[in-house]
Design a protein around this ligand. Structure first.
Ligand code: C2E
Ligand code: CA
Ligand code: CA
Length: 551
């Protein structure tokens, strides 16, 4: 915007200068010609008593004063040239100044936008993007200079409690104070960053000795001990610190941060509040820790697959839609559950690529079904981290446009936990997508914090009762009561209800009695690859909805 204004200003100035030059030149020429004509006529008239062509010619030839006058156009010409070059010079100077100003403005704008995309707006600390970038550079240097480095992740354990009790403003103030204390306790050349809502990172680079790192972690714990003061309240902050070393624990930033996350988890149960990563911390075999780079390959080389599980309308008996469920058949370890690798991807930046892959594939499959005249609403699972990514709505808009699907064909599944993590920004993203025409379903209902206040605030279409309640309704009175009450609650809030984990005909009948709208579960089908799902559709008792024009 500022750039356009400056360019307009520049071209206006040039126009003014040009007209100034032309005006001066025209004036000069006109005055000179007029003076010559008048003078020649006067001299001719005085010497011959009349105005004839001959008289004018003689006057011109004999009168030396007229010669002087004749030279005037040249003088004005010269004057015009001279003044125009002065003006052009001034114009040049102005243009130079303004170009310089323009350049400075453009530089400032670029710096500002770079800064915004690489820093946390609250604490002014480098954000996840810049932190990862710095770690990558540090790894490169450490490799070439045979040095070591370390990453510490610091998580505020009781942040959710602080947020729920004191609200956003006060918890923001606490985050700012935490950032100041962390900067105070670390050395000047260590890089402190805020890499997530309540997680900070410290990069200790370019070092030959990592033995002092546990001491640094203990200093961090000490620094967090004095109570934080907000609104004249004294608030205690409990933090955990996870430590990893390069190259001992990993050779790339994703693996290192993932392992620091494991160490962080272990720190929670350690009485010191910090833990250095040990391979025994991991529930899985050490090879599995290379999973993240394998997952990257799987995303890039189409090593993942989507399975679809039917959603059937209990009232009409027709197929309502299907949920897309991610599958990874690892070349070495075989099938790996999404419940295992999705949370792992969430700890690193991989989740963004993973979600993008899932969205692209689902939208393509969804478009194919609609092309075949089958009206299916496809449910896609979004992860916690997706709802913290302000680029998600644009990403979805782009993928939808290239797959030529309509937003109303899609249902986005979110969990209560994913919203509670950073409610303000999650709600903003949900509302943007809802405005674009996407519908939302709250997944795994009943297993999370179940904040009815947020449930009311969100533009939801559907509530999904978690399978852990549904599977046992025939044997557990408690679960039956919970399911029945949840269906009533959802209907009161104007939401449709899907029960997942419908494993038998009896459960289906019971759900119908309770007024549940949609069923999903092994009784209908297990998640199937597209080809098998198509076969299932054509042979199953549950009729598909055909798109009217093709019926
Ligand atoms: P979810 O969203 O709750 O998905 C339902 C899970 O229940 C699926 O497990 C499904 O196979 C299973 N299920 C369905 N019907 C029955 C039944 O009758 N009985 C039993 N015992 N289980 C049933 P799955 O496919 O292993 O997925 C597990 C979780 O992984 C999903 O839970 C979801 O949270 C996550 N996930 C799956 N795909 C994606 C994805 O594309 N993106 C993200 N972010 N998460 C995904
Ligand atoms: Ca789901
Ligand atoms: Ca679920």
């Amino acid at each position: 915007m500022a750039l356009v204004v400056a360019i307009n200003l520049l071209s206006d100035n040039v126009k003014i200068l040009k007209s100034e030059v032309s005006k001066t030149a025209y004036q000069g020429v006109l005055i000179a010609i007029a003076s010559i004509i008048i003078a020649t006529c006067l001299v001719s008239f005085y010497s011959t008593g009349e105005l004839t062509v001959n008289g004018i010619w003689n006057a011109q030839r004999d009168n030396t004063v007229l010669w002087l006058l004749d030279s005037i156009p040249f003088i004005f010409g010269f004057w015009g040239q001279y003044s125009s070059s002065i003006i052009a010079y001034q114009a040049g100077a102005i243009i130079f100044d303004q170009t310089q100003e323009l350049r400075n403005k453009a530089d400032n704008l670029e710096k500002k936008s770079n800064y915004v995309s690489t820093h946390d707006p609250l604490t002014d600390l480098p954000n996840r993007v810049l932190f990862y970038d710095r770690v990558e550079r540090a790894i490169f240097l450490a490799n070439s200079q045979n040095k070591m480095l370390s990453i510490l992740l610091i998580e505020i354990d009781n942040f959710k409690e602080i947020y729920d009790t004191l609200g956003r403003n006060s918890s923001d103030l606490i985050l700012k104070q935490v950032s100041t204390r962390l900067q105070g306790v670390s050395r000047d050349r260590d890089s402190v960053a805020k890499i997530d809502g309540n997680v900070f990172g410290i990069l200790v680079a370019d070092t030959d000795n990592l033995s002092g790192l546990e001491q640094l972690a203990s200093y961090i714990q000490k620094a967090m001990e004095p109570p934080f003061i907000v609104e004249r309240l004294q608030v205690g902050v409990h933090s955990n610190v996870g430590i990893v070393h390069f190259p001992e624990h990993g050779e790339d930033v994703d693996t290192l941060v993932q392992k620091a996350g494991v160490a962080l988890h272990m720190a929670q149960s350690s009485n010191k509040g910090y833990a250095l990563y040990k391979s025994s911390f991991d529930n899985h075999s050490p090879q599995r820790l290379t999973l993240m780079s394998d997952l990257r390959h799987a995303i890039e080389r189409n090593g993942l697959e989507l399975f679809y599980q039917a959603k059937v309308s209990i009232t009409t008996g027709k197929l309502y839609g299907a949920e897309a469920l991610l599958r990874w058949n690892h070349p070495k370890y075989g099938f790996i559950s999404p419940e295992e690798f999705v949370p792992m991807a969430e700890r690193t930046r991989m989740i963004k690529q993973l979600t993008a892959w899932v969205l692209k594939q689902t939208f393509r499959d969804c478009a194919d079904w609609h092309k075949q005249g089958i009206d299916l609403k496809i449910s896609v699972n979004l992860s916690t981290k997706d709802l913290q990514d302000p680029e998600l709505p644009d990403l979805i808009a782009g993928i939808a446009a290239s797959a030529a699907i309509k937003p109303e064909w899609i249902m986005l599944e979110i969990t209560e936990g994913s919203v509670m993590n950073d409610p303000e920004s999650a709600l903003g993203i949900i509302e943007r997508l809802h405005g674009m025409g996407y519908q939302f379903s709250i997944d795994d209902f009943g297993t999370g914090y179940s904040s009815l206040a947020y449930l009311k605030k969100m533009p939801l279409t559907e509530l999904k009762i978690d399978k852990s309640f549904v599977m046992d309704i025939m044997t557990s009175d408690n679960d039956a009561v919970i399911v029945k009450a949840t269906i009533n609650l959802a209907h009161t809030l104007g939401l449709q209800v899907t029960a997942e984990g419908v494993e038998s005909e009896e459960i289906m009948a019971k759900l119908k009695e309770y007024g549940c709208d949609i069923a999903q579960g092994y009784f209908l089908n297990k998640p199937l690859p597209v080809k098998d799902f198509n076969q299932w559709m054509s042979s199953s008792d549950w009729k598909v909805n055909l798109i009217p024009t093709q019926q």
